[in-house]
Design a protein around this ligand. Sequence first.
Ligand SMILES: *Cc1c(COP(=O)(O)O)cnc(C)c1O
Length: 229
Amino acid sequence: MPDLAERLAAVRADIVDAARAAGRSEDELTTIVVTKFHPAELVRELHALGVRDVGENRHQEAAAKASDLADLDDLTWHFIGQLQSNKARQVRRYSHIVHSVDRPALVDALARRESDPDGETVDVFLQLNLTDDPGRGGVAPAGLEALAEHALAAPGIRVRGVMAVAPLGEEPRAAFARVRQASDRLRSLAPDATAISAGMSGDFREAILEGATHLRIGTAITGSRPAPR
Ligand SMILES: *Cc1c(COP(=O)(O)O)cnc(C)c1O
């Protein structure tokens, strides 16, 4: 079994290769190591190996880890899971970037309150649902513009770009091509919202070919996940 440092180095090398194959610079890419279900200690090991971006998908677990690791103040916490509006304020406290904004109510819950005009800005990705199953996270692609307009008008929200998970049963490159088209539409409303959060352990190469800027990679780096607690 290769260890964590070896897996991290192998994935980093694959990312460099994929960026070259796409004619892109790896400097355009942010690799977020998805540490869900793993203990805080693993995040600490990753930090020692130079990782500065980590992704979590469940509020309670993420909040506990962020608090345990508060001494690592150069970590950026990315929240990548489905988010209930009533948890949004709490998630905002430790997450720098929320990748799963998919409805106006969640935008409103994350937005800066009038009672706290100096509150920090939170970065968000607008998540697309590329499946026909409305139970999956994400806004249907046809609803992207309306959601974007809502988010762009909300105080304390900075729209960074679009996020998506490639659906099972579709060739990932084709799915990511649809994400790229959605990104183009978003940029016509918000020229600065150029980021694309796409690509996981099994499909980050295809995502890089279609313009992804933020890769969310779990098991290829961490090894298999423990069962959720
Ligand atoms: C778990 C998860 C990932 C990472 O998946 P791996 O296949 O382990 O790389 C990426 N994105 C989201 C939204 C996830 O929930």
